[in-house]
Design a protein around this ligand. Structure first.
Ligand code: URQ
Ligand code: ZN
Ligand code: ZN
Length: 479
């Protein structure tokens, strides 16, 4: 299988240059302006287009069983929608039930993900603790290519990890060379405020953000950062949504602590007024956690991306249709939490980030692809346009426009948080494993074409960490 991408401008996280790109058997084989083209090579005209690494979405929940239902997007439809939006790899989540074997849950998710149209990896959530969990983390790292473990500090009485679990699991991550990640909301405060609001008769979606104010994220972020800093382990915070959490990350990084943060386009663009929409379904359709915030938090999130205090963008793609959201018609705490976004992430970030001048196109590549690949040890196989890398590319049309709507999106959900937004800057073509899978509006996703992405332990951040620890302390780094 040979594909020549001709006439484009390659844009990476650090440079841009005119070059044709030859893809052979799923890998990038050559870059240059006068490439010899082997017979039988398919040619894609990239004139006027930017050739960038395919997007990597490090936070999705395809067909997640959650809050009494199952997310409406499965691994095939969700990765296909991602390809339509320029995203060519995802990192999803294995979320064991408390007391469930991690390996058993991992096997289940692996089975569900076999239908994927694009490459996929997993973070594994630590929802309980025991010697068995500790052992199975080691098996997952050594034998299954897991190098990141998720901790939900929210969702009390469900999947919440309390401090004792955080400490034990973070210590284990350090031993294994794995990245601990957190959903930073204080689950005890959320539980208390939910019950208090319901007792006051506030049952509608407007109460959702009131039960999870910014301090709830700021406190949890600070606590997780302190635990990680004390143990000497890196830390990645998912879906950072508040100035409070950005400040905690900034302070830690200024002291040299390896803390990283992810942000969702929804939190960059939307505010908490959505929860006061007169149409219950529209308000409920925006219920996700952490909630969309008062608008003043958005500037801190953009500045976090500009300053490098936040490194990645994701979607937390976790879809529930109207009749699923209706489970919380009389009690907002029962509205399944989650919104879509995998198809729009890159176009929304280009339109609001690059077109506005907030971000350079190199920063765009960094936050949509390369930084994630580096943090989770997929670089340069992913997130790079260089010989030997996977031929996962997006051919970006900076002048193309699209109206975002649930009526036309490829996501398997009947709601779109960016409904009605027109974006300028769209993926004209997407190439996955050297195949043209999105061609100017024609989606050619292939069920089952996606491959599982094992990710080695000890990403570069650990090398930095050990050097820094050795430098900062007389005694050797304790492992
Ligand atoms: O919390 C998460 O990341 C999962 C359960 C998706 N739902 C959400 O509201 N973010
Ligand atoms: Zn979360
Ligand atoms: Zn999530």
């Amino acid at each position: 299988m040979q594909l020549l991408i001709r006439g484009g401008t390659v844009v990476t996280h650090e440079e841009s240059f005119r070059a044709d790109v030859l893809c052979v058997d799923g890998r990038i084989a050559a870059l240059g302006t006068d490439l010899g083209v082997p017979g039988g090579t398919e040619v894609v005209d990239a004139g006027g287009l930017l050739v960038m690494p395919g997007g990597i979405d490090p936070h999705t929940h395809m067909e997640l069983p959650f809050m009494g239902t199952v997310a409406s997007e499965d691994f095939y439809s969700g990765t296909a929608a991602g390809l339509a939006g320029g995203t060519t790899s995802i990192i999803d989540f294995v979320i064991p039930n408390p007391q469930q074997s991690l390996l058993e849950a991992f096997g289940a998710w692996r089975g569900w993900a076999e239908k994927s149209a694009a490459d996929y990896g997993f973070h594994v959530a630590i929802t309980w603790w025991s010697e068995q969990v500790r052992e199975e983390m080691g098996v997952l790292v050594r034998e299954h290519g897991i190098n990141s473990f998720k901790h939900f500090m929210a969702y009390k009485n469900a999947i919440m990890a309390a401090d004792d679990t955080l400490v034990a699991s973070f210590e284990r991550c350090l031993e294994l060379g794995a990245m601990p990640t957190v959903h930073a909301e204080n689950g005890e405060l959320v539980d208390h405020l939910q019950r208090k609001l319901l007792a006051q008769g506030l049952t509608g979606p407007e109460a959702h953000p009131l039960s999870r104010p910014a301090q709830v994220e700021g406190e949890a972020a600070s606590r997780a950062i302190s635990i990680a800093g004390t143990l000497g382990v890196p830390l990645y915070l998912v879906h950072v949504s508040t100035a409070d959490a950005v400040e905690q990350i900034r302070l830690a990084r200024r002291q040299g602590q390896p803390v990283y943060g992810e942000v969702l386009p929804g939190h960059l663009l939307l505010d908490d007024s959505v929860y006061r929409h007169p149409d219950w379904q529209v308000a409920a359709g925006h219920v996700m956690s952490p909630p969309f915030r008062p608008a003043q938090h958005q500037q801190a999130l953009w500045q976090g991306l500009q300053s490098g205090d936040l490194q990645t963008t994701a979607t937390d793609h976790c879809c529930f249709c109207a009749e699923q959201k209706a489970a919380g018609r009389d009690d907002f705490s029962k509205i399944p939490n989650g919104t879509a976004g995998i198809e729009e992430r890159m176009a929304v970030l280009w339109d609001e980030g690059v077109n506005s001048g907030r971000l350079s196109m190199h920063e765009f590549v960094a936050i949509t692809s390369s930084n994630t690949a580096k943090l989770f040890n997929l670089f340069p196989r992913k997130g790079a346009v260089r010989v030997g890398a996977d031929a996962d590319l997006v051919l970006w049309d900076p002048e193309g426009t699209r109206l975002i709507s649930a009526r036309t999106h490829h996501q398997n959900v009947d709601f779109n948080i960016f409904e009605g937004k027109t974006v300028r800057g769209i993926p004209r073509h997407t190439i996955s494993q050297g195949r043209l899978v999105w061609c100017d509006g024609d989606l050619r996703a292939e069920r089952g074409a996606g491959r599982y992405l094992p990710r080695p332990a000890w990403p570069a951040v650990y090398q930095q960490l050990s050097q820094r620890a050795a430098h900062n302390r007389a005694e050797p780094v304790l492992r």
